[in-house]
Design a protein around this ligand. Structure first.
Ligand code: BGC
Length: 387
């Protein structure tokens, strides 16, 4: 669909919404039919394809649902698909969205480099593409990127590790602990551009402590390639932690003090490995400080129970709303407003981006950050189960 049709469709949306806003149902509210050749298509004729990576992590389900709701509330037809973390499934889904006549695509990629053919096809048909949370790489056909400040997420993850170890206070001042502390480092999936941003933010923050010996990595595995967990799989993280424990923590005097983990699913795998190895039950009693990301409900409960130390809250409702705003701006023929036009080079071009902020979740701010904002209810936190 070309830009004119997009603009016509958006104008129709405004008309439909305007009518809905100022009247109830009734004959007088029906728009009079005009010349069929010039009438703008109804908002329902505008199709938005939404491609999400997986349903194994609740954040992506929440993202998909929130984007779908935001768009259907505006009257658009939404084609929402989840791809089971399988690249061919995601490419087929996007091919199908294009065949079905998508006007805009919103894509959270599994492998950020695997979609060039789909995106070229989209561009040839005038379909705008919004990269959602994860940058799509090596393609000129990415029109906009909505995400969080991913480097800052990594800084926050490392900061929460330092706070948990007592090296920093929550206000950023120096803590009373001196170390040295044994830590192990985990990274995300190397086909996800975000994994590098999280890692860089974290390592830049930890580097001074590694350099002066306050933090020690007994395994010596300090490169992202050694720390990475393909597809962010919980079981793979558990296995790596078990292997690290077996190989490097055999003596009675060598204990893990902390683990940098970039995602709650990995954190839970790591925690299981540590629990099976007989570490004390709670952080207060000496369980290692394990970080996370996404404020998944199972991990929020673990934080409330003093087992996982922290997570990072990225409000997916705000990200979804930002994606919907970007769709609207494309449909009216404009360019979405970016607040970062420098950071996200996808290998071909710098993609204009809108970055949102994130927060560190500790046990003492679960209520204010997550419950008061309506992200999770107190009952969900208590049970560790969504809904
Ligand atoms: C997202 C994280 C998420 C991870 C695993 C990343 O791209 O930014 O929020 O934890 O994928 O799903």
């Amino acid at each position: 669909m070309n830009a004119k049709r997009l603009m016509g469709a958006a104008a129709a949306t405004v008309l439909v919404l305007g009518l809905a806003a100022c009247s109830g149902s009734g004959a007088g509210t029906e728009p009079t039919s005009g010349n069929a050749n010039t009438a703008a298509p109804a908002a329902g004729d505008v199709r938005i394809g939404v491609a999400m990576p997986t349903q194994t992590s609740e954040r992506w389900i929440a993202d998909g649902d929130a984007v779908e709701k935001g768009l259907t509330d505006l009257g658009y037809t939404v084609d929402l698909q989840f791809a089971n973390d399988d690249i061919p499934t995601q490419t087929q889904q996007i091919d199908q969205m294009i065949t079905n006549g998508a006007d805009v695509l919103i894509v959270a990629a599994i492998d950020g480099t695997a979609l060039s053919a789909q995106l070229q096809n989209a561009a040839d048909k005038g379909i705008k593409v919004i990269a959602y949370d994860r940058l799509i790489r090596e393609s000129p056909n990415v029109d906009f990127y909505v995400t969080f400040d991913n480097y800052q997420v990594g800084v926050q993850q490392a900061t929460s590790l330092l706070v948990g170890l007592g090296l920093l206070n929550k206000d950023g001042s120096e803590g009373s602990a001196t170390g040295p502390f044994n830590v192990e480092l985990f990274a995300g999936s190397l086909d996800d551009n975000n994994a590098f941003f999280f890692w860089n933010g974290a390592i830049d923050t930890l580097q001074p402590y590694l350099d002066n010996g306050t933090l020690v990595v007994p395994s010596g595995q300090v490169d992202i390639e050694q720390a990475a967990i393909l597809r962010w799989q919980q079981e793979t993280a558990q296995r790596r932690m078990e292997d690290l424990l077996t190989a490097f923590y055999t003596g009675n005097d060598v204990k893990v003090d902390g683990v940098l983990s970039p995602y709650d699913g990995l954190s839970r795998g790591i925690i299981t490995a540590l629990q099976n190895a007989g570490y004390p039950a709670t952080v207060s009693a000496g369980f290692p400080v394990v970080t996370g990301q996404d404020a998944e409900i199972a991990s929020v409960k673990l934080i409330a129970d003093d087992v996982q130390y922290a997570s990072i809250f990225k409000d997916t409702r705000k990200l979804a709303a930002q994606a919907v705003v970007a769709v609207e701006e494309f449909l009216t023929g404009g360019a979405p407003t970016a607040n970062d036009t420098e950071t996200y080079d996808n290998g071909v071009k710098v993609v204009p981006s809108y970055l949102l902020e994130s927060d560190i979740v500790y046990a003492d701010n679960i209520q204010s950050l997550l419950v008061d904002s309506g992200y999770w209810t107190a009952e969900e936190v208590a049970s560790g189960v969504a809904g």
